[in-house]
Ligand binder design. Structure first.
Ligand code: GLY
Length: 550
C-alpha cells in the first residue's frame, strides 16, 4: 500500500530532478553515439533511454513520438498523424512511411469554403488519425525492442505525471479561454480553473489507460472497439463524419522519397502528400553551392534568390499538388532539372515575383530526429495541425486532429485561375502537408537529418537550414538559432525575424521585396548532423526543445 501511494510522486520527482541536474539545454554538441533532437526534452530522453536499452533509431523515434504526444499535446499525439523518413545504414536504403490523416467518406466539402468553423462544426476538420497505425508499422518494419517497451515511457509519463514544459505552459496561458471549454483539458491542464505553470506535475490518466491498451494490444486498441467508438462519437458530436469502418480500415502507406543528388550529397526528402520536399528539391536544383556560398548567408542577394525559389515552389504547390492517390501529379516533372533551368532564367537579382496566396498556421506540429550508433537515422514529423488540433478530446484522453483544415479553399486558388484546387476536400483524400522530414547522405552515410514544425514555414525553414549546413557550414546549434525568413501571402513579400539589420531590409527592398517582420514565433527545426565523426544535435530555441547526444 505504502509503496503504491508514493510511487507516482517519487517517479515525478526523479524526472524533475533529473531534468534540473542534467538538463543539456536546447542544444547538444558533444561526442556520442546516439542522439535525439525533439521539441520536448522528455521526448529526447525517452528516445535515448530506449536506444541505450538496445533499441535502434527507429525504437527511439517511436518512443519519442509517443512521449511527445503526452508531454506536448498542443503539437502532436495519437489523435493525429505524420510522416517518417528513415535511413537504414546496413541495408543502405531509405524508407518512408506516410501515416497522414484521411478525410472520411462523408467529408463536408462545402463547409471548408466557409472557414473558420464554429464549435458545433469543429468535428468536420477531424481526419482518421494515422499516428498509432504509423508508429506501429514503422516499429514492426524496422524496430528492435518489443512494442510495449517503446510505448512504456509515454504510458508511465501519462499515468505517473510529468513536469509541464515552458512552451506548453505558455500555450495554456495564451489559449486559456478556448481550451478550458473542453472538460478533459480543463481538468488536466487548468487545476483550480487556472492554467498549470511550468514545472507543475501533470497527470493524464485517461490517456495513460489508452496507451496501456495500445502497448498491450497494438493498433487494434485504437482502431477497433470502445476507443474507436469514442473517437467516432467525439468527432460526430461536433459535426464530423468519421465512421468505425473508416478507423478499422485505416492503413499507413510506404512511399518513395524524393531524391536529389547535389554537390556530392544525396538528399532524401518528403514526396506527396507533402509539398515540402518539392521546395527542397527545386531550390537545390536552381542553384549551385558555389553560387550561394559566394553571396553569403546574411546578404540580401542570397535571401532574395532563395525567397524567389520558394515563391516558385509555393505557386507550383497551389497549381499542381494534392493527394497523388486521387489525381495524377507528376512530381518528377515538377522538380526536373530542365524545368528548374528554365525557372532559373526568370529569377533576377533586382526583381521580385508576385505573391502566391498562402496562409500561416499554428503550433500543432512536432518534428524529431534520432540517430543510433549503427548510423541509422529517423526524421519524423507528427502533427495534430493547429494547437491542440480540433480542441476536441475523447473520453479516452485523445486530442483529435483538425488536419482536414489543410485542404485548400476555392477562394485561395482563385488568383491562380484554377476551376478547382488540386488539394480540395475529397472522401478518402489526405490533405496536402508542408511537413518536410529530410535526410542527407554522403558516401552512403547519414550526415544530416532535419525537419520542422510551423505550417508552411516548415518547408521554407527546412530549405534554409539545409543550405545553412551544406553551403555555409553552420553546425546544428548555429543553424537552429540563426535568423530566418518566410515568404508570406499578403502585403509583404518577405518576413524577417526580429533583429534584422536596416541595411538588409534596404537591400531586399532594392530587389523589389516588400519587407515586414515575422509575426509567427513558433516554428521550430530539429537537427542532427555528423561532422568529422562527431554527432551534433540541436533543438530549436523557438519552441524550447531539448537535444541530447549520448
Ligand atoms: N498540419 C501541418 C502540415 O501538415 O503541414
Amino acid at each position: 500500500m505504502r509503496r503504491q501511494k508514493y510511487t507516482p510522486l517519487f517517479a515525478f520527482l526523479l524526472i524533475a530532478l533529473t531534468l534540473l541536474l542534467v538538463a543539456p539545454g536546447v542544444t547538444a554538441q558533444q561526442a556520442g553515439r546516439r542522439a535525439a533532437a525533439t521539441e520536448n526534452e522528455l521526448a529526447s530522453r525517452a528516445a535515448i533511454a530506449v536506444m541505450q536499452a538496445g533499441g535502434n533509431a527507429v525504437d527511439g523515434a517511436v518512443a519519442a513520438a509517443f512521449m511527445a504526444g503526452v508531454v506536448s499535446p498542443q503539437s502532436s499525439g495519437i489523435g493525429g498523424g505524420g510522416f517518417a523518413l528513415v535511413w537504414l545504414a546496413e541495408a543502405q536504403r531509405g524508407y518512408l512511411l506516410d501515416f497522414r490523416e484521411t478525410a472520411p467518406q462523408g467529408v463536408d466539402a462545402a463547409a471548408f469554403e466557409r472557414r473558420p468553423l464554429g464549435d458545433a462544426e469543429r468535428g468536420k476538420y477531424v481526419g482518421v488519425p494515422g499516428e498509432v497505425a504509423g508508429l506501429f508499422e514503422l516499429h514492426r518494419a524496422h524496430g528492435k525492442r518489443p512494442w510495449k517497451d517503446v510505448v512504456e515511457p509515454a504510458r508511465s509519463a501519462a499515468k505517473l505525471g510529468f513536469p509541464l514544459g515552458k512552451f506548453l505552459a505558455s500555450s495554456l496561458a495564451s489559449q486559456e479561454k478556448r481550451l478550458k471549454v473542453d472538460a478533459t483539458l480543463a481538468s488536466v491542464f487548468f487545476p483550480g480553473g487556472k492554467p498549470a505553470v511550468a514545472g507543475a506535475r501533470v497527470q493524464r490518466p485517461l490517456l495513460g489507460a489508452t496507451l496501456e491498451r495500445i502497448a498491450a494490444e497494438g493498433p487494434k486498441a485504437l482502431y477497433e472497439g470502445p476507443i474507436a467508438q469514442d473517437i467516432v462519437d467525439t468527432a460526430r458530436a461536433a459535426g464530423g463524419a468519421l465512421t468505425l469502418e473508416e478507423l478499422r480500415s485505416y492503413r499507413p502507406i510506404e512511399r518513395k522519397p524524393i531524391e536529389v543528388s547535389w554537390e556530392g550529397y544525396r538528399v532524401l526528402t518528403m514526396p506527396l502528400p507533402s509539398a515540402g520536399g518539392m521546395m527542397v528539391a527545386q531550390t537545390l536544383r536552381l542553384f549551385s553551392k558555389q553560387e550561394l556560398a559566394k553571396l553569403g548567408r546574411e546578404s540580401g542577394a542570397y535571401q532574395h534568390l532563395i525567397a524567389e525559389a520558394m515563391r516558385g515552389s509555393l505557386a507550383d504547390r497551389m497549381r499542381h499538388l494534392g493527394d497523388g492517390d486521387h489525381q495524377k501529379v507528376d512530381m518528377d516533372a515538377l522538380v526536373a532539372e530542365g524545368r528548374m533551368a528554365q525557372r532559373r532564367k526568370t529569377i533576377a537579382i533586382d526583381r521580385t515575383h508576385a505573391l502566391p496566396r498562402f496562409g500561416l498556421e499554428g503550433q500543432g506540429t512536432h518534428h524529431l530526429v534520432t540517430m543510433d550508433e549503427a548510423g541509422n537515422m529517423v526524421s519524423l514529423t507528427t502533427t495534430v495541425n493547429r494547437s491542440f488540433g480540433a480542441k476536441l478530446v475523447t473520453k479516452s484522453g485523445i486530442v483529435l486532429n483538425d488536419e482536414l483544415d489543410d485542404f485548400t479553399a476555392q477562394k485561395d486558388v482563385a488568383p491562380f485561375a484554377l476551376a478547382q484546387s488540386p488539394n480540395r476536400p475529397r472522401p478518402g483524400a489526405r490533405p496536402l502537408s508542408s511537413m518536410t522530414p529530410t535526410i542527407v547522405l554522403r558516401d552512403g552515410k547519414a550526415v544530416l537529418g532535419l525537419g520542422g514544425s510551423g505550417g508552411p514555414t516548415i518547408a521554407t525553414n527546412v530549405t534554409q537550414l539545409l543550405l545553412d549546413n551544406l553551403v555555409f557550414g553552420l553546425s546544428p546549434a548555429e543553424a537552429v538559432k540563426a535568423r530566418r525568413f518566410y515568404v508570406p501571402s499578403s502585403r509583404a513579400t518577405i518576413l524577417l525575424e526580429d533583429g534584422a539589420s536596416e541595411a538588409l531590409k534596404k537591400d531586399l527592398a532594392w530587389r523589389g521585396e516588400i519587407v515586414a517582420t515575422m509575426p509567427f514565433k513558433s516554428s521550430a527545426v530539429q537537427m542532427i548532423a555528423v561532422h568529422q565523426g562527431r554527432v551534433l544535435a540541436a533543438s530549436d530555441p523557438r519552441k524550447l526543445g531539448g537535444a541530447i547526444v549520448k
